[in-house]
Write a protein that binds this ligand. Structure first.
Ligand SMILES: NC(=O)c1ccc[n+]([C@@H]2O[C@H](COP(=O)([O-])OP(=O)(O)OC[C@H]3O[C@@H](n4cnc5c(N)ncnc54)[C@H](OP(=O)(O)O)[C@@H]3O)[C@@H](O)[C@H]2O)c1
Length: 278
């Protein structure tokens, strides 16, 4: 794993910055090397300040201090944030844009010149250094820029490189994915409580089951279908339970969820990338 070099500036002090900064702190990046700014919400900046980050309402201060700028505002706020950042941007800056649906071409055009942009889709598990992240470079980003973005994101999880058009699919799978898993866990816990398990016990078991199943597949590199077959004795409980999932259209429902999330990512890009007519 490469080391994260230089000062880092976050534009936007919301959930993603919280997760990334938390993961970077856990990875040993000194808090005083991280700067963060926000539009409003002074309380959020204060929270970052309390753990030693440099927090300021000013994008210019963050840009002056940082070499690597992480864009973490909602797509709807992208145009304003980029406009405000533009005067402070210098050739030394590297940009890691995490805004769902916002293309590198849009960020490049909004910032002007030839900004070195790498688009990234990390997830909320960055906070515990377990993000599943994909990156895609813009047209002015060179190998060193990709390395710098990778180093940042590898400090908080695993990173794969994909072609930019695939980032909508990545958003649907890995960006929104933690929420699907939480839906599954909540449903399992509710059902187990109905079966008589105390809720805290059911929650512990459900979360450990999800984490253990994922870890087993990752560490053994066996395909989930093979692992599933290995725990499915004919006439046993797993076959009975999985049979209900299949009969209820589980795979089709998951496919529909990912399709809709990917469409939504595209819609967000279209909605906010094109200025409204007039
Ligand atoms: N959360 C995730 O798991 C996740 C994962 C991957 C990617 N992303 C992407 O990351 C971005 C941020 O998501 P989030 O969940 O962190 O959103 P969030 O919690 O709403 O945080 C966004 C922050 O940006 C600030 N902001 C808005 N306009 C600004 C501006 N012009 N200048 C400076 N700060 C500004 C907001 O401040 P105010 O509240 O004061 O307006 C808010 O604190 C989104 O584009 C999302 O698609 C999120």
């Amino acid at each position: 794993m490469r080391t994260v070099q230089g000062p880092i500036g976050f534009v936007g002090a919301g959930a993603l910055t919280d997760a990334l900064a938390g993961g970077l702190l856990a990875a040993g990046v000194p808090p005083e090397r991280m700067w963060v700014c926000n539009r409003g919400h002074a309380d959020r900046l204060e929270r970052f300040r309390q753990v030693g980050l440099r927090a300021t309402p000013s994008k210019a201060d963050v840009a002056d201090a940082a070499d690597l700028l992480v864009l973490a505002v909602k797509p709807a706020d992208a145009a304003a944030a980029l406009d405000e950042l533009r005067p402070s941007l210098r050739p030394r800056h590297r940009i890691v844009s995490c805004m769902a649906g916002i293309s590198t071409a849009y960020v490049e055009a909004a910032l002007g010149g030839q900004p070195r942009v790498v688009r990234a889709m990390p997830n909320i598990a960055s906070a515990v250094r377990a993000s599943a992240t994909a990156i895609s470079p813009g047209r002015y980003a060179d190998g060193a820029d990709i390395d710098a973005a990778s180093a940042l994101l590898q400090a908080v999880g695993e990173v794969v490189r994909v072609d930019e058009p695939l980032l909508d699919a990545v958003t649907a799978l890995a960006g929104s994915g933690p929420a699907y898993v939480y839906c599954l866990v909540d449903a399992m816990v509710a059902a187990a409580s109905d079966l008589g398990l105390p809720e805290p016990v059911a929650m512990q078991l459900a979360l450990r089951t999800v984490a253990g199943a994922a870890r087993l597949a990752l560490e053994t590199e066996r395909r989930p279908a093979d692992l599933r077959a290995a725990v499915s004795s004919p006439g046993g409980t797993t076959v009975a339970g999985v049979g209900v999932l299949e009969a209820g259209g589980f795979a089709a429902l998951v496919a529909a969820a990912l399709r809709r999330a990917a469409e939504r990512s595209e819609e967000l890009g279209r909605q906010w990338v094109q200025p409204p007519p007039g």
